[in-house]
Write a protein that binds this ligand. Structure first.
Ligand code: S3P
Length: 464
C-alpha cells in the first residue's frame, strides 16, 4: 500500500522526537565470529538528492533503494511541504512528482530537518531560487551546527536572511529574491554540503554559477544534475581540487534513481568483521565512488583483507560486493587530503586503529568538530572510556593501538549515530562490553543496524 506525504502530513510534527524522547542505552559484547552476507541501506547522500532533484524536475521521478532513515524522511516531508508529491510505493521504492526549478511554494510551517545537516543545508540552496519565505529548524544537535557557511554564499546571491538564532544558526528564516545573482564561489572548506547548496541555488539564477574547492568533496550533486539533464562542467583545480559549474534555469527532466548501498553504513559491519576474530562477511552492492572510499584505502594500508567482488555500475555509480575477513591491522598515517573522501568514517577508523598494532595518526580533522556532534571530542572520550591510549594534537587524532582493547564503561553519544555505532562495534571485540548511553539516533542513517548485525551473529542489545 502506498502512502503520500502531502503538505498537510508534512506540517505535522516529525515522529522521531529527537532530543526529547527518553534515551535508550545499549550494550555490545564479544561473542562468536561474524559470518554471513548482508546489504546495508541505501546511501544517505544519494537518497537526499534523489528526493530533492525529483522535486525540482517537471514530472515523475521513480526511486529505488531509498534510505528510509529519519534524515531522508525529513527531507521528503520538507519537499512535500514545498509542493512536491512524495509517495512511498513499497520498501525503498518512492515516487516524486516534481514542481520544477522555481516552482516551489511557500511552506505553511517551519521545515524540520531533525538531525540532518545535509537536508537542511542542501534545501536552503534549493529554496534560494524561489521568491518564497521558509523557516529551517532541527533538533538540538542541528541547532548547534554552523550555517554561516551556507548563508554567506546565498546572501551574495541575493537571498535575505530574515532571522536566525545566534551565530547564524537554526532556527532561521530565508527569503528568496525575485532574481538570484549567479556567483563564482571559492569554498573555504571542502564540503559537499556547501558546494551542493550553492549549485542548487545556481539552478534558480540566470547564467553560470560555479563552486571551487581545494580538495574534491563527494560529487553526487554534480552527477545527479547531469542525470536530470542540467548542463554541468567539472574541471580540475590545483593538485586535488575541482571547479564545478552549472548553467542556471534549466528544465530538469525526471530520471529514475537507483540508490546504491551506503559505504558509510557498510563501514560498521566491515570494521566489525575485521576486528572480531574468525569473521568473514560479504557486504553487497556497496558504492565504490572514489570520492567515498578513503576508509577502504586506509584499512587496506593497515593490512585489512578486503576483496572487491563483482565490480559493476548500478544507477550511474560504481558498486562492488565487499568480502571482508578478520585481519591483523597495523597503525598508519592518514594524510589530511584524504579527509573529504572519508569524512564520516573517522569514528569507526579510530575503533579499527584501537585494535591495530602501533600508532595511527589521522591528520586534518577540524571538520569533525562540526558534525552531528564534536566528533573529535566524542571519539576521544569514548576511547578514554575503553582504556585506549590516544591524544589530540591540533586537528590530528593519534591512537596508540595495542592489538587488543580493554573496553568497559559507557560512551556518551551526543545525539550522534556514528558515535553510537562505532563504539557498539568496538564492544563486539573488546575484552569487556561497551555500553552507549543512547542508540535512538542510529535511526537517522541505519535503522536496521541492530537486526542486521544480529544476523551476522553480533551480540548488541538495548539495556536499561
Ligand atoms: C554529505 C557531506 C558531508 C558528510 C555528510 C553528508 C553530503 O558533509 O559529512 O554526512 O551528503 O553532502 P560535508 O560536506 O559538510 O563535509
Amino acid at each position: 500500500m502506498s502512502s503520500t506525504l502531502s503538505s498537510s502530513a508534512a506540517a505535522l510534527p516529525v515522529s522521531s522526537g529527537h532530543g526529547e524522547a527518553a534515551p535508550r542505552p545499549a550494550l555490545a559484547r564479544a561473542g562468536t565470529p561474524l559470518l554471513g552476507t548482508v546489504r546495508v541501506p541505501g546511501d544517505k547522500s544519494v537518497s537526499h538528492r534523489a528526493i530533492i532533484f525529483g522535486t525540482l524536475a517537471v514530472g515523475e521521478t521513480l526511486i529505488s533503494g531509498l534510505l528510509e532513515g529519519e534524515d531522508v524522511l525529513n527531507t521528503a516531508r520538507a519537499c512535500a511541504a514545498l509542493g512536491a508529491q512524495v509517495e512511498r510505493l513499497g520498501p525503498g521504492a518512492w515516487r516524486v512528482q516534481g514542481v520544477g526549478v522555481g516552482g516551489l511554494r511557500a511552506p505553511s510551517a517551519p521545515l524540520d530537518f531533525g538531525n540532518s545537516g545535509t537536508g537542511a543545508r542542501l534545501m536552503m540552496g534549493m529554496v534560494a531560487g524561489n521568491p518564497i519565505t521558509a523557516t529551517f529548524d532541527g533538533d538540538a544537535s542541528l541547532r548547534r551546527r554552523p550555517m554561516r557557511r551556507i548563508l554567506d554564499p546565498l546572501a551574495r546571491m541575493g537571498v535575505e536572511v530574515v532571522s536566525a538564532a545566534e551565530g547564524g544558526r537554526l532556527p532561521l528564516t530565508l527569503r528568496g529574491p525575485r532574481d538570484l545573482v549567479p556567483i563564482a564561489y571559492e569554498s573555504p572548506v571542502a564540503s559537499a554540503q556547501i558546494k551542493s547548496a550553492v549549485l542548487l541555488a545556481g539552478l534558480g539564477a540566470p547564467g553560470e554559477t560555479s563552486v571551487t574547492e581545494q580538495e574534491a568533496s563527494r560529487d553526487h550533486t554534480e552527477r545527479m544534475l547531469t542525470h536530470f539533464g542540467a548542463e554541468v562542467r567539472v574541471v580540475p583545480h590545483g593538485a586535488h581540487g575541482r571547479t564545478v559549474t552549472v548553467v542556471g534555469r534549466p528544465e530538469l527532466k525526471p530520471a529514475p534513481v537507483q540508490v546504491p548501498a551506503d559505504p558509510s553504513s557498510a563501514a560498521f559491519p566491515l570494521v566489525a568483521a575485521l576486528v572480531v576474530p574468525g569473521s568473514e562477511v560479504v557486504i553487497e552492492g556497496v558504492m565504490t565512488n572514489p570520492l567515498r572510499t578513503g576508509l577502504l584505502s586506509t584499512l587496506k594500508e593497515m593490512g585489512a583483507e578486503i576483496e572487491y567482488l563483482d565490480e559493476r555500475t548500478e544507477g550511474g555509480e560504481s558498486v562492488a560486493d565487499l568480502r571482508v575477513r578478520a585481519s591483523r591491522l597495523t597503525g598508519v598515517d592518514v594524510p589530511a587530503e584524504r579527509a573529504p573522501s572519508m569524512i564520516d568514517e573517522y569514528p569507526i577508523l579510530a575503533v579499527a586503529a584501537a585494535f591495530a598494532e602501533g600508532t595511527t595518526r589521522m591528520r586534518g580533522l577540524s571538520e569533525l568538530r562540526v558534525k552531528e556532534s564534536d566528533r573529535l571530542a566524542a571519539v576521544a572520550a569514548g576511547l578514554a572510556q575503553a582504556g585506549v591510549r590516544h591524544r589530540i594534537e591540533g586537528d590530528d587524532l593519534i591512537v596508540e593501538g595495542r592489538g587488543a582493547v580493554e573496553g568497559g564503561g559507557t560512551v556518551t553519544t551526543h545525539m550522534d549515530h556514528r558515535i553510537a555505532m562505532s563504539f557498539l562495534v568496538m564492544g563486539l571485540a573488546s575484552l569487556n562490553p561497551m555500553k552507549i548511553d543512547d542508540i535512538s539516533f542510529v535511526a537517522t542513517s541505519f535503522p536496521s543496524f541492530v537486526p542486521l548485525m544480529a544476523g551476522l551473529g553480533a551480540d548488541i542489545a538495548e539495556v536499561s
